[in-house]
Design a protein. Structure first.
Length: 282
């Protein structure tokens, strides 16, 4: 444990009770705070300026992740040594990893995203599953997307499962929340971004789009609900409705997998159009 080891916090402490309440959306919204669990998320939160407010850590975790605890202190967070029971009470996972951080909301106003003239954006329209939302955010981060937009009908960005599924990517790129899908599409179009709706019944094939060389410009992919996809009125807003081709016998792809394929296709097309050498070139 780093110097100045804190005293063991009581399970009845108001700080523990306040953190425990953040498992519920209404309390998160009221306090504008959320939980980040595990070493990866806490490390990323500590590195995100002004985000990490508090850290609860078991003695074992504080010793194992002494560097993270030190980074949390350096970031100005209050560090509380906690029993395993306290961590279990605060955590939302079945097997907590001994570190739970309390963080400030970090979503970005949609207007700021537009002002940055993004080249690759993921728009989640009516995505309700927090695991899917967090995984798509992680895929967008990995593909080099410059922003993610969650529409007003989508899951809460700060749902603990969504935060965990993002594996720290939540802290890496701007995310706008609560944006009506019509406003998201109109704003991105005005910013010079081409809108592609991902849909298994799309009239355009992703391979054909790539072969035609039409994907090298700024692009926003709109991904729909896990069960019923995109409604007709949302598809009608797009410049093209694109399906990921199924070359084998699989019935379909799940949301996160399809999002990864689409985002990486755009990322490769944009890199090629910018003159970047691909790994297959000599």
């Amino acid at each position: 444990m780093p110097p100045a080891t804190p005293e063991l916090i009581s399970p009845r402490s108001p700080r523990v009770s306040a953190a425990r309440r953040l498992a519920k959306r209404n309390f998160r919204g009221k306090e504008r705070l959320f939980l980040a669990e595990g070493p990866q998320a806490v490390r990323e939160a500590a590195a995100h300026d002004g985000t990490l407010v508090e850290l609860f850590a078991t003695l074992e975790a504080a010793e194992r992740y002494a560097d993270i605890v030190g980074e949390a202190r350096d970031a100005g967070a209050r560090v509380h040594l906690a029993s395993e029971q306290v961590i279990a009470d605060v955590s939302t996972t079945v097997t907590p990893q001994g570190l739970v951080g309390v963080c400030r909301f970090i979503d970005t106003p949609f207007e700021e995203i537009l002002a940055a003239r993004p080249k690759l954006v993921a728009v989640l329209a009516n995505v309700r599953d927090p695991g899917n939302a967090g995984t798509v955010l992680r895929c967008a981060d990995a593909a080099g997307a410059e922003a993610v937009v969650l529409t007003d009908a989508s899951v809460d960005l700060y749902n603990p499962k969504a935060v965990r599924a993002s594996v720290g990517s939540l802290f890496h790129l701007p995310v706008a929340v609560g944006v009506p899908v019509e406003r998201a599409v109109a704003g991105l179009k005005d910013a010079g971004v081409r809108i592609l709706a991902a849909d298994g019944a799309g009239t355009d094939d992703l391979d054909d789009q790539l072969d035609k060389g039409s994907m090298g410009g700024p692009t926003a992919w709109v991904f729909g609900n896990e069960a019923w996809g995109l409604p007709e009125e949302t598809r009608a807003l797009a410049d093209a409705v694109v399906r990921v081709p199924i070359h084998g016998k699989a019935e379909s792809l799940n949301l996160a997998t399809a999002a990864a394929v689409c985002l990486y296709a755009s990322a490769r097309a944009q890199r090629a159009s910018a003159g970047c050498r691909t790994v297959t070139e000599s």
